[in-house]
Design a protein around this ligand. Structure first.
Ligand code: C2E
Ligand code: MG
Ligand code: MG
Ligand code: MG
Length: 282
């Protein structure tokens, strides 16, 4: 009967939803215990290459979670839970501390001053006295703010506009670099580029990875690079996966490149090895 079917449907949905619900709680619990345990979180590094001399100019720290049961997890699988639960605040602080430790290691091993990019969640920016806490941490490690670039997505920029404008101005004044991540995919508008003290744009990989095949990608990427350069911004193309994409980007004058074609994000020892090997090749 219809009533029975309804009952079944109800049970069906309810057990499905329970599954989703439980796994979110589980993820939250696992995140909490991971924050208390050494060694579950790790920063991987991906090089940012200058297109002329093919030198490593900078690197981006990308978080990995060695989950005890589920293996290595990408932030895409847990950052939003960390944001909703507020756990992104202690996690974000761990990330900044680890990035400072690693930067000092790079300075020592590479004898070269790379810029280190760190992804920042909008939830961290809205934290009370984010700027002060960040400054305190980098001071503790004797890392100069000029060495750290903060990456934030366009949508992150848009949340809480007047507050975040203020936060960004303070960060810039202290010397931190600010990059807009995944540029072109969010709700950005030209007025933000004019208003915000941004100094770098990272073009989203969705426009880059299939270059130079599609006319639309070519049009978007080449005009964005021109715009960025005219605005005096540092332009980075993310998601450079092929030699063809790299060559196209070099031809149109994209100054900085990042992607699997050069290196995937790798653990720290592999990253330093990559930089050193590349240097002896030149
Ligand atoms: P994102 O900041 O835009 O980072 C670039 C993502 O693209 C990384 O994914 C990277 O592994 C991937 N990627 C790099 N080169 C290529 C390529 O050539 N082709 C393709 N298809 N992909 C490429 P990942 O590491 O999974 O990180 C995903 C996102 O998670 C990041 O996007 C960033 O928004 C966020 N995230 C990563 N680490 C952190 C962190 O420490 N804190 C916060 N708040 N977010 C983070
Ligand atoms: Mg990023
Ligand atoms: Mg990106
Ligand atoms: Mg992103």
């Amino acid at each position: 009967t219809a009533k029975n079917a309804g009952g079944n449907t109800y049970r069906f949905f309810s057990s499905e939803m329970k599954g989703v619900f439980l796994s979110k709680i589980q993820l939250e619990n696992d995140l909490r215990s991971a924050l208390k345990t050494e060694g579950q979180f790790q920063l991987y590094y991906q090089p940012v290459i200058s297109s002329g001399e093919e030198k490593v100019m900078a690197c981006e720290a990308l978080l990995r979670w060695h989950h005890p049961l589920r293996g290595i997890l990408s932030p895409l699988e847990f950052i939003s839970t960390a944001e909703k639960t507020g756990l992104i605040v202690p996690l974000g602080e761990w990330i900044i501390r680890q990035a400072c430790t690693d930067l000092l290691h790079f300075d020592h091993v590479l004898e070269d001053e790379l810029v280190l990019s760190v992804n920042i969640s909008p939830v961290q920016l809205q934290q009370q006295n984010f700027v002060g806490r960040l400054k305190m941490i980098v001071d503790q490690y004797h890392v100069s703010p000029e060495r750290i670039q903060l990456e934030i997505t366009e949508n992150g920029l848009m949340e809480n506009t007047s507050d975040s404008l203020n936060t960004f101005r303070q960060l810039r004044e202290l010397g931190f670099g600010i990059a807009i991540d995944d540029f072109g995919t969010g709700y950005s508008s030209f007025s933000y580029l004019k208003q915000f003290p941004v100094h770098c744009l990272k073009m989203d990989k969705s426009f880059v990875k299939d270059l130079p095949r599609e006319q639309a990608d070519r049009a978007i990427v080449s005009s964005t690079i021109k715009l960025g350069k005219d605005l005096g911004l540092v332009m980075v193309a993310e998601g450079v996966e092929s030699k063809e994409a790299y060559e196209y980007l070099a031809t149109i004058g994209c100054p900085f490149l990042q992607g699997y074609f050069f290196s995937e994000p790798v653990p720290l020892p592999e990253f330093t090895k990559f930089v050193l090997e590349r240097r002896t090749e030149c």
